[in-house]
Design a protein around this ligand. Structure first.
Ligand SMILES: CC(C)(COP(=O)(O)OP(=O)(O)OC[C@H]1O[C@@H](n2cnc3c(N)ncnc32)[C@H](O)[C@@H]1OP(=O)(O)O)[C@@H](O)C(=O)NCCC(=O)NCCS
Length: 283
């Protein structure tokens, strides 16, 4: 291996990024990388060795909090410092833009890699999946562009920072599966479903703590909107209502990751209000 260099990941690298992430079966599509690039055009990186992309990584920044994901190095060059080079470049870039806290979800067998880079463990995020079918219409309604201000204001304290740009983009991409629950005039929860193939990824799914019935109504409405298929989500083990819900609804556990932080441990949000991450790479 020559001396690898790290540069921005750009549109023409997407096919290679998909090839690499497919090696781990992460299921990234062109639309996923386009969304990640649109949200943080400067923050997605590629490691290049002799003209070939041998590693990728994405970052998504929400104010002074960033999430890091899709960290992958080509198998033939693993263990040669490419992963560390990518991570250091990403952390340096994020710190230079004013980011104070970086979070990620680490596979359990990669925790040590991140600890060596200064990350600390926080709590487990579990991937769950279930085959579900409609059982009558739920009471939640489709969100519209007019709901965005309320949604962003409701989401920010639970997530830990404003995700308005992400929510706006998700609403544009998923107008039929972005549902909102209100009590009186106030938002008590929302859920986004991203159907693909015969399955559906759930997230973000955020509900005011203490309103598990609103979460159930959102799930029922989402299943009704999407139709019978397999639903998957990644959610914090620190949300007891979520843990009870997945058990009662017959979800099975797929794998665990460890949420980790780097920098200052700020913007913790309220994990008891998070029912599904927006994706392991976007928090
Ligand atoms: C995890 C991964 C990105 C690491 O990249 P890499 O280029 O192999 O790592 P590096 O060579 O830069 O290793 C840096 C350090 O971390 C250590 N390390 C690397 N992978 C490790 C692992 N899985 N467990 C423990 N330590 C690890 C290295 O030994 C090295 O230690 P050192 O500081 O003492 O020299 C790469 O192995 C990979 O793509 N794995 C599959 C995808 C994956 O699991 N991604 C992470 C998802 S959370």
């Amino acid at each position: 291996m020559a001396e690898p260099r790290v540069r921005r990941l750009v549109e023409r690298d997407i096919q290679r990024a998909i090839e690499l992430t497919d090696l781990e079966g992460w299921g990234y599509t062109r639309a996923d990388f386009e969304r990640l690039l649109a949200l943080s055009p400067q923050g997605c990186l590629a490691a290049e060795d002799d003209g070939h992309v041998v590693g990728v990584l994405t970052t998504t920044t929400y104010e002074r909090l960033a999430f890091l994901g899709a960290v992958l190095v080509s198998p033939e060059v693993r263990g040669k410092g490419v992963g560390r080079l990518l991570m250091q470049a990403a952390l340096m870039h994020l710190a230079s833009t004013g980011v104070e806290t970086v979070r990620l979800n680490a596979y359990m067998d990669v925790v040590k890699f991140y600890e060596r880079l200064g990350f600390h463990g926080e709590y487990e995020v579990v991937r769950w999946r279930v085959a579900a079918e409609p059982r009558g219409a739920g009471p939640a309604s489709l969100a519209t562009a007019g709901d965005l201000d309320d949604l962003a204001a409701f989401d920010a304290p639970v997530f830990g920072a404003s995700r308005r740009a992400l929510l706006e983009r998700l609403l544009r991409e998923n107008p039929e599966t972005f549902l909102i629950a209100r009590e009186g005039a106030g938002v008590v929860g929302y859920v986004v479903g991203s159907p693909y193939g015969g399955a559906c990824e759930i997230g973000p799914w955020v509900v005011a703590p203490g309103h598990p019935q609103a979460a159930q109504a959102l799930f029922r409405s989402l299943v009704n909107a999407v139709g019978p298929r397999e639903f998957s989500l990644s959610g914090p083990s620190r949300n007891p209502d979520l843990v009870r819900f997945v058990r009662e609804a017959g979800f099975t556990e797929v794998f665990h990751t460890l949420r980790m932080w780097w920098g200052k441990d700020l913007f913790p949000g309220e994990p008891a209000g998070i029912w599904a991450a927006a994706g392991l790479e976007k928090g």
